[in-house]
Every structure is written in C-alpha cells, then in structure tokens.
Design a protein around this ligand. Structure first.
Ligand code: BDR
Ligand code: CA
Length: 316
C-alpha cells in the first residue's frame, strides 16, 4: 500500500527533483506539499512549489501550504547554488498564486485526518514543523515518522565549517523538533554526500518530450554549472533526493539509533548537530540516523522512480 507522505520543502533544485519523484511514485500517496523559507525567501518558496506541481500536472494534486516569513532565522539563503529564483533561473510562471493556508496548518490538518498514518519528509529548515508542534502539542505523537534531510555527524558542514544549511537556517526550530517525542530519522550530509551524480545522470532521465524530463533538463544544468564554477566539482549532490530515496527504499540505508541535539547559540557553531557518542552516552537516543547508503543503488532508485514519473506524465 502507498505510504501517505507530506513533503515540507524550500525549493531548491534538489527539493524539486524529490517532488518530481514523489508526485508519481506509486509507493507514495503525496497528500500535501508545504513550503518553507530556506534556499529562497518564503514567497518564492511557495511560488516554486506551485510552479513545480503545475508544470508536472500529476493525476492527483496534493494540498499546498504557503510559507510565511521565518522570524529569527539566519539571514542567509542558498541562491548561489539554486539560482535567484531557486529553480535555476528558468523564469517559471505560476498561473496565479492560489489562496493557500499556511504550511503549519496544512500539516496539522493532514496529520489529524489520519493519526499515525502520515510520514513527514522535511527537505528544508524545520520552521513549519516546529510551528505545527506548537500549534498542536499532541501532533508529535500522531505523526508516523519524520524524515529529516540535514545535519552532519562528522561535524563537516556545508554552510559554515560545522553546520549544514537546513539546521543553520533555523537552529531553534531544529532543536525544538530534535527534542520533541516524534519518531524521527535523520539523513545527514555524511550520507547524502556519498551519492555523487556525474553528468551521465542527465542521460538517464526520462526523455525531454515528457513533462518531467523536460522540466529536469531545464533546472539541473544550473546545479552542474554551480558545482563546477563555485566548488570546482564536475559531479553534483542532490541531498534531498537521497532523503526521499530513504523513504522509498529504506533497505538501501544503514541506520543507527543516536541522541542528537542542535547548537543554537555558538558564535562559530550555530546549527551544528551534536551527538552524544560517548562510550556511555548520557543523553537518551532520540532518532535513527542514516550512517551509510549504497550510492549506486540509491542512484538506480532515483532513475527508476523518475522513469515512472516520465511514463505517468506524458508530454505537454
Ligand atoms: C540542504 O540545503 C539545501 O540547499 C538543499 O535543498 C538541502 O535541503 C542540504 O544541506
Ligand atoms: Ca531543501
């Protein structure tokens, strides 16, 4: 049976690829896609969620949630790696900005409609999740599982020396979520970094004549260029897509129970994910953490899922 999923995201090119898979993969029943500020500001994130879904035109539209200004968050974004509009500067237009409920309300409603039945896949900063838990304090125990893209166990960050972007952007919300009793899995940079996509990934996408193939061929070249120009790398990472694969095919990942928290104050360490790895840990284990994946199989899963999206969404 398909797993009911909400994707909370800040599109972002890797978020967009993950949504493209989730909209058509029969293993997922995508009930809602909620936007949050992160890679791009709140309004742009909401616009992007709508643009992606309208372009791909799935048989069943998920509910959409709008991002609202994230107070107290790091004054940063990730437009260098995703484009000024977050989707590779392709100038996608949305038909009209539908009236949408705020993301945290959509999350609360969807979880309440099917207690213990919904997996929340968090591909951006955890602002909406913390807000949803504040709005409805019983929610953490009603969510089936939270799967979080972000953090790092080895302490090697991607936005600062030690912090991963999603954790750094809203460290307070990340801490609230880490400390909440929700059942959770973290898919950190240590694992997502092992899945490198060389240029030939583009040849494995569905044909350009399909809606998804055409869409991905418009946004992904920006990522290859950004990695080349900014990092001197010829291959790219699609962190959030790896996280989605962990939902589609958990067997490809080796997970360990760990106790994690997030630094919310450090001058050099804001957003650092901290794990008690002492011989005799003093903190209680509060999450499963993906520690290893099989990169080739993860890539095959992406390709296969996207090919299903290609067959499901015929051309324009
Ligand atoms: C995370 O940061 C964002 O840029 C990506 O979309 C991903 O969610 C990786 O650190
Ligand atoms: Ca993201």
């Amino acid at each position: 049976m398909a797993r009911k999923v909400i994707i909370d995201c800040d599109p972002g090119i890797d978020d967009a690829v993950a949504i493209s898979m989730a909209l058509f993969d029969p293993r997922i029943d995508l009930v809602a896609v909620t936007a949050t500020a992160g890679n791009v500001p709140a309004e742009q994130a909401s616009r992007n969620v709508q643009a992606i879904i309208e372009r791909l035109d799935p048989p069943r539209f998920p509910r959409l949630g709008a991002a609202t200004f994230a107070e107290g968050c790091a004054g940063t974004d990730n437009r260098l790696m995703h484009g000024d509009d977050g989707l590779g500067n392709q100038g996608f237009v949305v038909s009209r900005l539908h009236h949408q409920h705020p993301s945290e309300k959509v999350i609360c409603d969807a979880v309440r409609a099917d207690p213990h039945g919904v997996t929340l896949v968090c591909l951006g900063p955890l602002t909406n999740i913390a807000r949803a838990f504040q709005r409805d304090p019983e929610l953490p125990v009603l969510v089936d599982r939270l799967v979080i893209s972000g953090g790092c166990v080895d302490g090697v960050g991607n936005v600062t020396a030690v912090a991963e972007f999603n954790m750094f952007f809203d460290a307070n919300s990340a801490r609230t979520v880490f400390r909440s009793p929700v059942t959770k899995t973290l898919v950190p940079l240590d694992v997502t970094r092992t899945v490198r996509l060389t240029l030939d990934f583009l040849d494995r996408l569905p044909p350009e004549t399909t809606r998804v193939g055409g869409f991905l061929r418009r946004i992904l070249p920006f990522t290859y260029r950004a990695y080349h120009q900014r990092l001197g790398q010829e291959s790219i990472l699609l962190h959030d897509v790896v996280t989605l694969v962990s939902v589609l095919e958990p067997a490809l990942f080796e997970c360990t129970e760990m106790s994690g928290d997030v630094e919310t104050r450090g001058e050099l360490t804001l957003g650092l994910t901290v794990f008690d790895r002492r011989h005799s840990p003093q903190w209680r284990a509060n999450m499963d953490v993906a520690r290893r994946a099989d990169p080739e199989k993860v890539i095959d899963c992406m390709v296969n899922s996207l090919s299903l999206a290609g067959s499901a969404a015929a051309g324009e």
